[in-house]
Design a protein around this ligand. Sequence first.
Ligand code: CTP
Length: 225
Amino acid sequence: MTSQLMPGDQSTILITAGPTREAIDPVRYLTNRSSGKMGYALASTAAEQGHRVILISGPTQLDVPDRVDYIPVETAEEMYQAVEHHIGKANIAIFAAAVADYRPAVVPEQKIKKSAESMTIELVRNPDVLGSVRNTFGYKGILVGFAAETENVETNAREKLTSKGCDLVVANDVSRKDIGFDVNENEILLVFPNTTETPPKDSKQHLAHVILDHALELAAVGNTD
Ligand code: CTP
């Protein structure tokens, strides 16, 4: 892509954040341990810097940052539709959400009553939101993904960088208790097509600045397909 953006120019940044929630029945759901803190830190930092921010978020306990266009969603399917609707406005897209890969195949209208000693819930694949952005939605801007890994962090993140068409993947080891899900600090790897950077462990707020600086720099040089 060619880009006329200069460092300091205003961008429109679409950010996904938080977990998704997949109904099992009217009172139960499947979700994960994402707090949304990293995505919200990115959204508030970008808005403070004067960028237009579209924050598409699953359910979290966090306050919505000032001056962002906030689009609440619950399921992966809703997140997919919201991203499809809004991605055309963005020149930078950052996918920090922890999207459920599967949802229950059937969701009964009534609460499931207990009966047998064991039960099985059949799950079906959810759409890969980030994985659809380049090919299905035709997005040409800067694309930043996240990779939540418990082993082989850099290798798995590099695999996601290629398979999802990202310019940068922010990887973290979610098996560690001191970083990652639901804590204020994070230690990340920044995986680019030709290099990997390892910023020191820091607050999610500060790392949001680091990630944004890289995304804005990529946008300024038009470093994408
Ligand atoms: N992602 C997405 N939609 C999905 C799954 C993941 O948009 N259905 C995005 C996440 O927001 C993140 C990246 O893809 O930016 C990687 O997510 P992650 O959970 O680490 O990996 P998966 O692609 O789900 O693969 P796996 O669970 O097999 O590691």
